[in-house]
Design a protein around this ligand. Structure first.
Ligand SMILES: NC(=O)C1=CN([C@@H]2O[C@H](COP(=O)(O)OP(=O)(O)OC[C@H]3O[C@@H](n4cnc5c(N)ncnc54)[C@H](OP(=O)(O)O)[C@@H]3O)[C@@H](O)[C@H]2O)C=CC1
Ligand SMILES: O=C(O)[C@@H]1CCC=N1
Length: 267
C-alpha cells in the first residue's frame, strides 16, 4: 500500500508522533514530504524539516495532531492561518472526540486514530474512527495505519475511550506486568537481571503463541497447567474471586474515565 501524496504536517512529534513517523519513514514514506511543527523545533527524525511555525509556501494534504489533548486549543490557533484545508486530518489525541475536532479544524475528512507504542516496531495496534468518509479517505487513513501493525475501525465512537484504555494504554499495563513478574521472581531469590530476562522472554513467546493459536488464551493457560501440578496452584491465586480480572477491569475503568475527562475538557 502506498502512502497518500504529501505534504504531511505533524503538529507535535514526541514519544508517539515520533514513533509513528519513524516507522512510516522505515516503511518508505519520503521524509522530504514531511514537516514537523513543535514549539521547540526538537524531536523530528533526521531528514525531516522541523519548524516552530507553519510553513507559508505549501498547503498540506494530511495533518496529524500529535500533541497532548490539553494542547488542542494551541493547535487550533497554530493552524488557523493554514492555506486551504487538508484532505485528511488525523488526530491521535486521547479522549478528544470527533465533534470537538470538527468544531476546531477544517478538513475534508477527520479520522481519530489511537495507536500504541509498539507501532515503533510495526507491531502496534491502531484503532480508527470517523463519522463520515469517502472510500478514498478511508484508503488514505488505512495507508498510514497499515505500516504500524494491526489496525481496526471502531464502529461506535462511544467505545473509543475503552479502546484507548485497552490498546492505547495497554502496553503500559503489559510493561508493568513484565516488571511485576520479574520482581516476583526476584522475591523468590532469583538474581534480578536474570528474572527480568526470563520474564520478558516468557511474555514474548506467550504473546506470539497466543496470536498464532487457534484457541483462546484461556485454553492455552489450561494447557500449561498440568493436572495436580504447580501452574494450577499459581492460577488459583489469580483466579480466586476473579482477582486478576477485577484488577484489570478497575485499571481499564480508571483509564477510560480519564479519557472521558480529557474529552469533556476539550468540548
Ligand atoms: N504515548 C503514547 O503511548 C500514546 C500517546 N497518544 C497520544 O499522543 C499524543 C502525544 O503524546 P506523547 O507523544 O506521549 O506526548 P509527548 O509529550 O511525548 O509529545 C508532545 C509533542 O507535542 C509538541 N507540542 C506541545 N505543545 C505544542 C504546541 N503548542 N504546538 C506544537 N507542538 C507542540 C511537543 O514538542 P514541544 O514541547 O517542543 O512543543 C512534543 O513534540 C497525546 O495526545 C496522547 O494522547 C496516543 C496513543 C499512545
Ligand atoms: O496516557 C495517555 O494519555 C495516552 C493515551 C494512550 C496512551 N497514552
Amino acid at each position: 500500500m502506498n502512502f497518500p501524496a504529501g505534504p504531511l504536517w505533524l503538529i507535535g512529534c514526541g514519544n508517539m508522533g515520533g514513533a509513528m513517523l519513524r516507522r512510516w519513514i522505515a516503511a518508505g514514506l519520503n521524509p522530504a514530504t514531511v514537516t514537523v511543527i513543535t514549539r521547540s523545533g526538537q524531536g523530528a527524525p533526521e531528514g525531516v524539516r522541523s519548524l516552530t511555525a507553519l510553513p507559508d509556501e505549501e498547503a498540506p494534504a494530511t495533518v496529524m495532531l500529535a500533541l497532548k489533548p490539553q494542547q488542542i486549543d494551541a493547535a487550533q490557533a497554530l493552524l488557523a492561518p493554514m492555506r486551504g484545508k487538508p484532505q485528511l486530518l488525523l488526530s491521535i489525541l486521547a479522549g478528544v472526540d470527533y465533534a470537538a475536532l470538527s468544531q476546531r479544524f477544517a478538513a475534508d475528512t477527520i479520522v481519530r486514530a489511537m495507536p500504541n507504542l509498539p507501532v515503533a516496531i510495526g507491531k502496534g495496534v491502531t484503532s480508527l474512527y470517523t463519522a463520515e468518509a469517502s472510500e478514498e479517505a478511508i484508503a488514505a487513513a488505512e495507508a498510514f495505519a497499515a505500516p504500524l501493525g494491526h489496525y481496526e475501525w471502531i464502529a461506535d465512537e462511544a467505545h473509543f475511550d475503552a479502546v484507548t484504555a485497552l490498546a492505547g494504554s495497554g502496553p503500559g499495563f503489559v510493561f508493568r506486568f513484565a516488571d511485576a513478574l520479574a520482581r516476583a521472581g526476584a522475591a523468590l531469590g532469583l538474581p534480578g537481571d536474570q528474572a527480568a530476562r526470563l520474564a520478558i522472554a516468557t511474555l514474548e513467546g506467550s504473546a506470539i503463541m497466543a496470536a498464532e493459536a487457534d484457541v483462546s488464551p484461556g485454553i492455552l493457560a489450561d494447557r500449561v497447567a498440568s493436572p495436580g501440578g504447580s501452574t494450577r496452584e499459581g492460577l488459583n491465586v489469580l483466579d480466586r474471586d476473579d482477582a486478576l480480572v477485577a484488577l484489570l477491569t478497575a485499571t481499564l475503568a480508571a483509564s477510560e474515565r480519564r479519557n472521558a475527562e480529557m474529552a469533556a475538557a476539550a468540548r
